[in-house]
Structures are given as structure tokens and as C-alpha cells.
Write a new protein. Structure first.
Length: 194
């Protein structure tokens, strides 16, 4: 995401905090396609994904004051909110069969296709993320996929993969640390903090 767009998003969040409905509509127009695409891909159901999108923007309306610019851009906050609600839905429908994302690369490709306003900085960020994900060892990548796209807890990952819980925790931690280290130089150059 370009620095200018990120700054603009922060200004919109500040306006939403003052109950400016137009600012919420602008945020929705700017990011709803990407968020809906992510929710659809994980849930495998358009209607349910649309409900998640409504929940996310209701959350934005109610909790705009909780946005912390030091933790990342507005889009990252929205993606985390979307992912959290999608995982809640996945957990609520267990043990039903879940159609959806099976890999980190798959989710990133889908999210990219849904982003109508993709610019050069956004494409650069997506390429950086794909490269960082591809560099992870298979066991770490799989643990992250199960956690983030299947909604499994670390205990459930341990049971599903027949791996000791401590090993799963280590794989998730190491995978996240490697991803963070890989994208840190880009985040610093874009003014997103450490």
C-alpha cells in the first residue's frame, strides 16, 4: 500500500471515530473487495462472506478508536478483523466440512485478484509477502496455514499433525518471526515502524 493511501486511511479512521458515516463509506469502497475476497476464499460461501464483511465494518464503526497506527496500516487492521471473524465462523460450524484456503499462497493470490485498486506499492508488498512465505520451511508454513486459514488452535494443530504441542508452538513462533524479519526492511522504508 502506498504511503499516501495509508495516510489517507488513517485520516478516514479518525473521521469514523467522530461518527462520520461518509468516511466509513469511503473506507468500505476502498477495501471491501479485498476483504470480501479473503472471506469468500476461506469460507467458500459468498453469503457468509458478505455477512462477515458487514460485521467487520460494524466493528470499524464501533471501534475506530482502538486502531493503533504504530501497529501497522489500516488495511492490516481490517484484514486481521476479517480473519478473526472468519475463524469464529469456521469454529462455529465444526465439524462440518470446510471448503476454503489450503495454503498461504492461495489466499494471497485470491486477495490480489479482488483488489481493484492495486498500485505498484501494493504489488511490491504482495510479491514480498509471497517470497517470504515461499522461503519458510514446509513444517513452519503448514503450521501457519492450519492456524490462520483453518482456524485451528496450536493444540488442534498438534493433534491433527501428530506433533508435540511444544514443536507446533515453536514452528508457529519461528515462522512468524521469519516473516516479520523478512518484511521489516520494507515496513521501515514505508514508515510503518520497526
Amino acid at each position: 500500500m502506498s504511503r499516501e493511501l495509508s495516510d489517507s486511511d488513517r485520516a478516514l479512521i479518525a473521521r469514523v471515530e467522530t461518527r462520520d458515516a461518509e468516511a466509513l463509506a469511503l473506507l468500505y469502497d476502498r477495501h471491501s473487495a479485498r476483504l470480501l475476497g479473503l472471506a469468500q476464499r476461506i469460507l467458500g460461501d459468498t453469503g457468509e462472506a458478505e455477512e462477515v464483511l458487514q460485521e467487520v465494518f460494524l466493528y470499524v464503526w464501533k471501534a475506530a478508536g482502538t486502531f493503533d497506527a504504530t501497529r501497522g496500516p489500516v488495511l492490516a487492521w481490517l484484514l486481521v478483523a476479517t480473519r478473526s471473524r472468519v475463524i469464529d465462523r469456521l469454529r462455529s460450524r465444526r465439524p462440518a466440512v470446510r471448503a476454503g484456503v489450503r495454503s498461504l499462497e492461495e489466499a494471497e493470490e485470491t486477495a490480489s485478484k479482488e483488489n481493484v485498486e492495486s498500485d505498484a506499492a501494493s504489488r511490491e508488498w504482495e510479491n514480498l509477502c509471497r517470497a517470504a512465505i515461499a522461503e519458510l520451511p514446509e513444517d513452519q508454513r503448514r503450521a501457519l496455514e492450519l492456524a490462520y486459514f483453518e482456524g485451528l488452535t496450536q493444540q488442534e494443530i498438534a493433534e491433527a499433525t501428530r506433533t508435540p504441542l511444544g514443536t507446533v508452538k515453536t514452528r508457529v513462533r519461528l515462522g512468524l518471526m521469519k516473516l516479520r524479519d523478512r518484511v521489516r526492511p520494507y515496513r521501515k522504508s514505508e514508515g510503518h515502524g520497526p
